[in-house]
Design a protein around this ligand. Structure first.
Ligand code: NAD
Length: 505
């Protein structure tokens, strides 16, 4: 590996991890890879040009033409090998996630575990890509559907789940017979290169096509080249609603498919009967964990007036005890924000919340953390109403408190934002719980009872409604998005009856 020396111990740590993961980096390039822990540059890599993106798509398409003919359970062997490599390298990759995304080590490792879990799910799925047999009105005929490989899947991902989002898409796409071209966030390039090294090794070991998995790095222009390429039938894009609103019309203009996983503004309703010990733990993890930088992070708590004072007092107490600092320290629970701009976003949101009548009851200011990084104190703001700032996703640990008297009012407040990703209710009242998860309850893609909105498992379909984009990834039947369906009618009779009784010839 030819490298200039990194400017910090964190950078040296990252380069050592990359070497162990088999990543060879060339010197130079215009894309700066740095760690939010101390803000220092780790290395530089060369961004791809749009022409290079087109070449990558071409190579992936060639790989797809071979891969689609490989039986699905055999494709599963490649994903199983990828899962084995992830198990082997879990500690290193998890550490690299912590270094590059700033999440605490147990969450970095948890993210890699999620990759392993989705590989396991995909391997099982490789024997279960089933269609239906459907009754036909015509005698001597059989009607069925099959699911066939789709083509090259373009994956665009955000910085905050720098590796899991790729695996949710890629593990399913690979067993479905697709090739994948991945454009990771420009803020998390190194973890992407590490995943690509492991995918390439899995391909070598199992004889899968060399170019089945490709990574192209760069900013929005590189993503746009992928989005506009007609050889990419599906673009799976994870990131801000702003990004999704730019990507969706471009994919639609060429009648491609998009799977969008965009911003959230997740809430929890806390009812009078809630078990407050459990509620406080659930809320603190969801709101302050990952420094509020999950798409599913809790941003609004809608609490019944009768338990509000006690809940806020307990939450504020728990917030004061949260250790903030380097995510590589085992005792830390709150790491840095991704960059200085995110810190400015935090400051601006707290100021706006105050201007809109809010009272800061915990945090509200910066924390020294590690020199060079952007650290903030997890913040709780008691709001008089669901004002403009409460309706906005600020990617930082700010929890707004709203108060309600009747459940209908709480659900109305809950649903009155443009985003629709994740949600929860804390209650021991079965009527309230069932109402919340019913058709007249939460309008989100994820609705939980007595657990917070963040920290989904891979077995369920993941995604949300409204400005969150409507896509579903991961478990359940999300695999269908990565395949094309054909309906086949087979006539095994000597007659040619037409449907709907039509007579002809
Ligand atoms: P972002 O929108 O800034 O960037 C996401 C990705 O989109 C990056 O790879 C970026 O380069 C690319 N991109 C940006 N503009 C583009 C364009 N016009 N064409 C093609 N690609 C483009 O998001 P971020 O700051 O990295 O991540 C935070 C956001 O992601 C939050 O809003 C969060 O809620 C959301 N997110 C959603 C989910 C989910 O599953 N719903 C998961 C993780 C993050």
């Amino acid at each position: 590996m030819t490298q200039t020396a990194p400017s910090s111990p964190v950078g040296a740590d990252a380069l050592a991890v990359l070497a162990r993961l088999g990543v060879s980096l060339a010197t130079g390039g215009d894309l700066v890879a740095s760690s939010p822990i101390d803000g220092a540059e780790i290395t530089r890599v060369a961004a791809h040009t749009p022409a290079e993106v087109a070449e990558a798509v071409g190579r992936a398409h060639e790989a797809f033409l071979t891969w689609r003919t490989v039986p699905a359970p055999v494709r599963g062997a490649f994903v199983r090998e990828l899962g084995e490599l992830l198990r082997e390298h879990k500690d290193d990759l998890g550490r690299l996630v912590s270094i590059e995304a700033g999440k605490i080590l147990s969450e970095g490792l948890g993210e890699v575990q999620e990759m392993i879990d989705i590989c396991d799910l995909a391997v099982g799925l490789s024997r279960q890509l089933h269609g239906l047999t459907i009754a036909t009105e015509r005698p001597g005929h059989r009607m069925m559907e099959q699911w066939h490989p789709l083509g090259v899947v373009g994956v665009i991902s955000a910085f905050n789940f720098p590796v899991a989002v790729w695996s949710w898409n890629a593990a399913l796409a690979f067993v479905c017979g697709d090739a994948v071209v991945w454009k990771p966030s420009e803020k998390s390039v190194l973890t992407a290169l590490a995943c690509q090294a492991l995918a390439a090794e899995a391909a070598r070991r199992t004889g899968a096509p060399e170019h089945l998995s490709q990574v192209v790095v760069g900013a929005a222009d590189v993503g746009e080249a992928l989005v506009d390429d007609p050889r990419v039938p599906l673009v799976s894009a994870t990131g801000s609603t702003r990004m999704g609103k730019a990507v969706a019309p471009r994919v639609a203009a060429r009648l491609g498919r998009s799977l969008l996983e965009l911003g959230g503004n997740n809430a929890a309703i806390v009812a009078p009967s809630a078990d407050l010990d459990l509620t406080v733990r659930g809320l603190v993890f969801s709101a302050a964990g990952t420094a509020g930088q999950r798409c599913t992070s809790l941003r609004r708590v809608i609490v019944h007036r009768s338990v509000k004072d006690e809940l806020v007092r307990r939450l504020a107490g728990a917030y004061e005890s949260l250790p903030i600092g380097s995510p590589l320290e085992p005792s830390t629970l709150v790491g840095p924000l991704i960059d200085a701009a995110a810190g400015n976003g935090f400051d601006a949101a707290v100021a706006q919340a105050r201007a809109e009548g809010g009272t800061v009851v915990a945090g509200g200011s910066r924390d020294d953390g590690v020199a060079g990084g952007t650290y903030v104190r997890p913040t709780i703001v008691d709001m008089p109403a669901q004002s403009a700032i409460v309706e906005t996703e600020t990617f930082a640990p700010i929890l707004y408190v709203l108060t309600y008297d009747e459940l209908d009012e709480a659900i109305a407040l809950h649903n009155a934002v443009s985003q629709g990703l994740s949600s929860s209710i804390f209650t021991l009242d079965v009527r309230e719980a069932e109402t919340f998860v019913s058709a007249v309850g939460s309008d989100c893609g994820i609705a939980n009872v007595n657990i917070g909105p963040s920290g989904a498992e891979i077995g369920g379909a993941f995604g949300g409604e409204k400005d969150t984009g409507g896509g579903r990834e991961s478990g359940s039947d999300a695999w269908r998005a990565y395949m094309r369906r054909t309906t086949n009618t087979v006539n095994y009779s000597t007659e040619l009856p037409l449907a709907q009784g039509v007579e002809f010839l």
